[in-house]
Write a protein that binds this ligand. Structure first.
Ligand SMILES: [Zn+2]
Length: 165
């Protein structure tokens, strides 16, 4: 299980970001319009962050803030400042807004980072209604996932016992 607000899945390589110091939140800014998009959480390393040279060919500049919450409320302050800039330059499409909100949830809500991986499958199983993000709902999703895993393992074992091999 991922440690809440301490570990994240890297949006670039898919590996685990083991601690806030290993990761960052990044996005890119369109030079002409100042429009921001492409929010994601990645390892703080040249292999995983946006490449300035590639973005430059699209007239975009990368930007990032640290993931470290131990710097007081700096992170939240930075993100709210970014939100202000995004609103000021105009929401261009819903996708940009969703990307920003998703990153906020992943960095502010305990258990969301892991629960989001099982969000749709647990929604289909009516474990939650897809509208709530409180700690109780998120923990409920994780507990459901654990019990589904256990049930799956038991079924596998039963099949092994029943098998003639
Ligand atoms: Zn990575």
């Amino acid at each position: 299980m991922l440690k809440p607000l301490q570990q994240w899945c890297c949006d670039s390589c898919g590996g685990i970001i083991d601690g806030p110091a290993d990761g960052c939140i990044e996005w890119n800014v369109e030079q002409r319009t100042q429009r921001v998009s492409g929010h994601r959480i990645v390892h703080q390393s040249p292999e995983c962050t946006y490449r300035s040279i590639e973005l430059a060919t699209m007239w975009k500049t990368p930007a990032q803030v640290a993931l470290n919450p131990h710097t007081g409320h700096t992170h939240l302050a930075n993100m709210l400042g970014l939100l202000h800039d995004m609103v000021a330059s105009g929401w261009v499409d819903a996708e940009d807004e969703q990307g920003f909100v998703e990153v906020m949830r992943r960095t502010q809500l305990p258990y969301y980072e892991e629960a989001r991986l099982f969000w749709n499958v647990s929604l289909q199983a009516s474990v939650h209604d897809g509208t709530k993000y409180d700690e109780q709902t998120l923990l409920h999703i994780l507990q459901w996932k654990e019990s589904e895993l256990m049930a799956g393992l038991e079924a596998l074992q039963r099949r092994r016992v029943a098998s003639p091999f």
